[in-house]
Design a protein around this ligand. Structure first.
Ligand code: C2E
Ligand code: CA
Ligand code: CA
Length: 402
């Protein structure tokens, strides 16, 4: 049974649009819209009149091609599913698919023209039963502002902690706090969904401070087990351009009796692409207060060496799309090498996220990457499970170190 509610078809060929519309009508999709080029599609999305949980796009279109469109989808924080279709050679579909994955878009699949029912079914029917986000949770889920307010008021939204491990000795050095929302009826709402919702509805500040306070409470309990642990907290782009941020964060750690040395902040590469002086001041003040600041999702934006030089980072986190594919894809591997070289030049520490197997662990070890995070080591854990994890692995992760 298909779960899509609202679909946008982007193709300059009216015949293809008609085929796809008929297909989705038969699947009882409630709202079907189409655009004959990417610019029109973006203006439909921008108008905000309709949220789409699926976009099907052609690659070859006049004015703006599908590749550029995919990049714009990332920029407008589209979080529904994506399917790419093309009449070009297979490897072009492969490149476009990799690009969509690098942008962390939720790519359901690629379909080669001519469109046949079997080809469409192979993507939409197979996936429709279990639409996945990157994190394996059900998507799409529509969250209203009222749900969100209730979720916070009821304490349904909490930080989980994904262990960060020293690559040389496999000891746990800290954790990244990752927001999790489980509703009272047991439904898990993926962070991508509610964080974007908070961002677009001007509630991200409220959510950030709410999570920060919870993380500080938890951190006090972690520090009793290991006083050197650091917790990393994500700061959304909307947050880092507020000059009041450093003092507010500093006041909160002081009231919890925690030192800034126990905290690091992660700021995505895309949030600093435009060299705003305010952002530079905010990040510099965080560093002056002796918090660490990491550049997150490195490789997915297009920051150049100058941008890196201009911002006071202490750590570079290579996006997991590159780490996960480093062994199988030479472009990803080269990106990892380049990121490490860049970090060395800037005196920054490197973190590899998305380490899922031993071979990748060996690779990042050979490269001298300092810290790692990923499902090989541990998934994000509740505060209680993380405390247990710390106790169980006080001498390091034996299976990995061996
Ligand atoms: P991120 O900051 O890049 O977080 C890392 C994401 O990678 C997490 O997804 C984590 O569960 C996932 N991950 C870690 N290791 C692996 C692995 O080995 N394989 C795979 N496939 N995935 C792995 P999560 O928790 O769903 O978070 C998604 C994004 O949501 C985060 O990306 C971050 O941008 C945002 N987010 C989560 N919590 C917060 C928060 O408290 N505040 C803000 N502003 N953003 C948050
Ligand atoms: Ca992060
Ligand atoms: Ca990341």
């Amino acid at each position: 049974m298909i779960e899509f509610f609202s679909v946008l078809i982007v193709d300059d060929d009216p015949t293809q649009v008609a085929i796809l519309s008929a297909y989705f009508t038969a699947l009882k999709v409630e709202h079907i819209a189409s655009a004959c080029n990417s610019a029109e599609a973006l203006s439909i999305i921008d108008s905000g009149q309709q949220e789409f949980d699926l976009i099907v796009t052609d690659l070859q279109m006049p004015r703006m091609d599908g590749l550029e469109f995919i990049r714009h989808l990332k920029e407008v924080k589209y979080c529904g599913s994506l399917v790419i279709i093309s009449g070009m050679k297979d490897d072009m579909l492969g490149h476009a698919g990799r690009l969509a994955n690098m942008h962390n878009l939720n790519l359901l699949g690629q379909i080669r023209k001519p469109l046949t029912k079997a080809a469409l079914d192979s993507v939409f029917l197979k996936k429709a039963d279990t639409p996945q986000t990157r994190n394996g949770t059900k998507n799409p889920i529509i969250v209203t502002q009222e749900d969100f307010a209730r979720g916070m008021a009821n304490g349904e939204i909490v930080p989980y902690y994904q262990p960060k491990v020293d690559v040389q000795d496999a000891k746990v050095i800290g954790a990244e706090a990752l927001a999790r929302w489980t509703t009272q009826d047991g439904l898990s709402i993926p962070p991508d969904v509610f964080i974007q919702m908070a961002e677009t509805n001007d509630r991200i500040e409220e959510l950030t401070y709410y999570l920060f306070d919870k993380a500080l409470d938890d951190l006090n309990t972690f520090l009793k087990i290991d006083p050197n642990l650091k917790v990393a907290v994500n700061l959304a782009p909307e947050i880092v351009n507020n000059l009041a941020l450093p003092d507010r964060l500093n006041q909160r750690i002081a009231s919890h009796g925690i030192s800034s040395h126990s905290i690091s902040f992660e700021v995505t590469e895309s949030s600093i692409l435009k060299l705003e002086p305010v952002t530079l001041e905010v990040l510099s003040r965080l560093r002056l207060l002796e918090f660490e600041v990491a550049i997150d999702d490195f490789g997915t934006g297009s920051s150049n060496i100058q941008t890196l030089r201009d911002f006071p980072y202490s750590e570079l986190k290579i996006d997991r799309s590159f780490i996960t594919n480093a062994l199988t894809n030479s472009f990803s591997r080269e990106t990892v090498y380049a990121a490490v070289a860049l970090a060395r030049e800037q005196g920054m520490r490197v973190v590899a996220e998305g380490v899922e197997d031993m071979e990748t662990w060996q690779l990042i070890r050979q490269l001298g990457i300092e810290h790692a995070q990923g499902f090989l080591l541990a998934k994000p854990l509740t505060a209680e499970h993380f405390r247990q994890f710390l106790k169980d692995h006080s001498e390091g992760l034996a299976t990995i170190a061996a």
